[in-house]
Structure formats: C-alpha cells, structure tokens
Ligand binder design. Structure first.
Ligand code: BV8
Length: 237
C-alpha cells in the first residue's frame, strides 16, 4: 500500500489568479491579517471582515482550476496503490471543481474552511452559501441567529484534525504544494509524515520556511512541477 497525503496552500491557486497571503507587502488584499482573520476582528468590525470574505467569494466566479489542481484530481482518479487525501489550507473551491471534472468527489479536506459556506452563529451548523454575508443575515437554522463566514480564523480550531493525523500516520508519500510553512498546525504535518516513514516532497517557487524538513524539493511553478510529478507517479505505478 502506498498512501499519499497532499497539503496545499495559496501558491497552488496563484496561477488561477487568486492572491496569496504573504505577498511582499505583507498585506492581504490590502488588510493586516489581525484586522480581517481573527474572531476579535469579526467582533470589532463584522462589516469589514464580512466584506473581506464577500469580495473573495465573488472573485471565485472569475477564476478556474489550473493544471496543478487538475493534475491532483487526475492522481486521485488513477492512483490504485493506496489512498490519496488532499488537505488544503485554501478556502477557494478550485480543488473541488477539479475533482468534479475528474468525477472524484471526496478525498479533500478544507482545513481552514470554505468561502462558499456560511455558519450559524448559534448552532454552529454550516450551510452552502454563495452570496454575500452581512452582519444581519438571518441563519436558516435559527431565526434569532445570524451567519458568519465558515472560515477558521487565527486562534480557532482547524477542521478534521483527527482524520488528517490518521492519514499522516499511515502515509508513504507526503507532498506539500504552494505553502510558505508559516501557519500551524499545517506547518507541522511534514514532521508527522516523516515520523511515519513517508517520503516528503516540497513544491514551491522558492524554498519555504520548513524546506529543510523535506527529503526532496521541486522548485518551479505549480502548474509545471505538479503535473510532471503526477505523470512520473502514474508511469511508475
Ligand atoms: C490553531 C483563514 C490550535 C482562511 C487562515 C506561534 C507559533 C506557532 C503557532 C502560533 C503562534 N501563535 C499563534 C499560533 C497559531 C496560529 C499560527 O500558526 N499563527 C502563525 C501566523 C504564527 N494558528 C492558528 O491559530 C490555527 N489554529 O493553531 O488552533 C490548534 C493547535 C494544534 C492543533 C489543533 C488546533 C488556525 C490557523 C488558520 C488561520 N486561517 N486563513 C482565509 O481567510 O483564507 S491561514 C491562511 O494562511 C490561509 O489559510 C493560508 O492558506 C494559510 C497559509 O498561507 P499559505 O497558504 O502558505 O500562503 P502564503 O501566501 O503564506 O504562501 C504562499 C506560498 O506559495 C509561498 O511559499 C510562495 O512561494 C508559493 N507560491 C506562490 N506562487 C506559486 C507558489 N508555489 C508554487 N507555484 C506558484 N505559482
């Protein structure tokens, strides 16, 4: 059995036209992270935080999956020597759409939530949500409650951690694509995979903070390095 776990970050969506987080200016769509991606920011200024996510949700209709997203979906479809799990830090739906194109739903965890979902502030139930969220948008689960973005902010618990740890502990191959390795607990996944005996490979346009932890590095744009690597894997399957 050769199980594969793949961690992706904003870099895999960069060539689709979605901005990464830590561009040189350290700003994120013109905002400081503490002003738009923490529960305190949301309590302080729900309009600003909702608009930050509304703008990014609207942008999804203008972009599409790139060759890197599609290559991973092709791997999920054609890899028969074990399981493939994609764990993405991204909240866009580009992996989801690539999986749909290849007819392979599932095999994907959104560790930090999803732009196209909203969550009831009382019941915590999530629901598909493609429109804007306003501070007074009424929850479909409880008329006395409102909705918030279904996003994991800094200081909040990421989703599906047990499932992710289980997959890492039985992985033989760990790929990390387009992430700067700044954010915890995602940045620690490579160490867990290594401890389980997995071969670890980083794909980036430059070495990330945690690059020394990887057995192998493929420098280049994800739309070039990822399809090439997937073809290598499937040729030798
Ligand atoms: C938690 C919201 C407890 C969604 C995000 C001190 C030390 C260690 C940790 C902490 C600390 N103080 C606080 C913490 C914890 C904190 C944290 O890590 N802070 C950091 C900043 C120090 N983490 C948390 O609060 C997390 N929760 O820890 O709970 C816990 C602990 C253990 C186990 C369980 C629970 C919650 C973190 C989630 C925060 N939410 N986003 C949204 O609005 O989008 S994080 C945000 O950053 C995004 O999700 C993003 O995905 C993520 C990581 O960024 P990257 O994806 O790596 O993007 P970045 O721009 O940084 O890098 C892009 C990379 O792509 C670059 O390397 C670039 O070179 C490359 N690239 C660019 N173009 C290409 C490319 N590569 C290939 N091809 C290209 N074309």
């Amino acid at each position: 059995m050769k199980n594969i776990v793949i961690l992706t970050g904003a870099g895999i969506s960069a060539e689709s036209g979605l901005q990464t987080f830590r561009a040189a200016d350290g700003l994120w769509h013109g905002h400081k992270i503490d002003d738009v991606a923490t529960p305190e920011a949301y309590a302080r200024d729900p309009n600003l935080v909702n608009e930050f996510y509304n703008a990014r949700r609207r942008q999804l209709s203008e972009v599409k999956p790139n060759e890197a997203h599609l290559a991973l979906a092709k791997l999920v479809k054609n890899w028969h020597r074990g399981e493939v799990l994609i764990v993405t830090q991204n909240v866009d739906d580009l992996h989801d759409r690539a999986a749909k194109e290849y007819g392979v739903p599932g095999h994907l965890i959104h560790l930090h939530g999803e732009l196209l979902k909203a969550r009831c502030t009382k019941t915590n139930f999530p629901t598909e949500w493609h429109g804007d969220i306003l501070p007074d948008t009424v929850s479909p689960f409880d008329k006395t409650a409102t909705l918030r973005p279904h996003i994991v902010w800094f200081g909040e618990m990421p989703f599906d951690m047990d499932e992710i740890y289980k997959a890492l502990l039985k992985s033989s191959l760990f790929l990390s694509i387009g992430t700067s390795g700044n954010v915890h607990p995602a940045s620690s996944f490579v160490e867990i995979a290594k401890r389980s005996g997995a071969h670890t490979v980083e794909f980036n346009i430059e070495p990330s903070v945690g690059n020394s932890l990887f057995d192998e590095t493929r420098i280049g744009k994800a739309t070039e390095t990822v399809p090439a690597y997937v073809d290598e894997l499937l040729r030798n399957e």
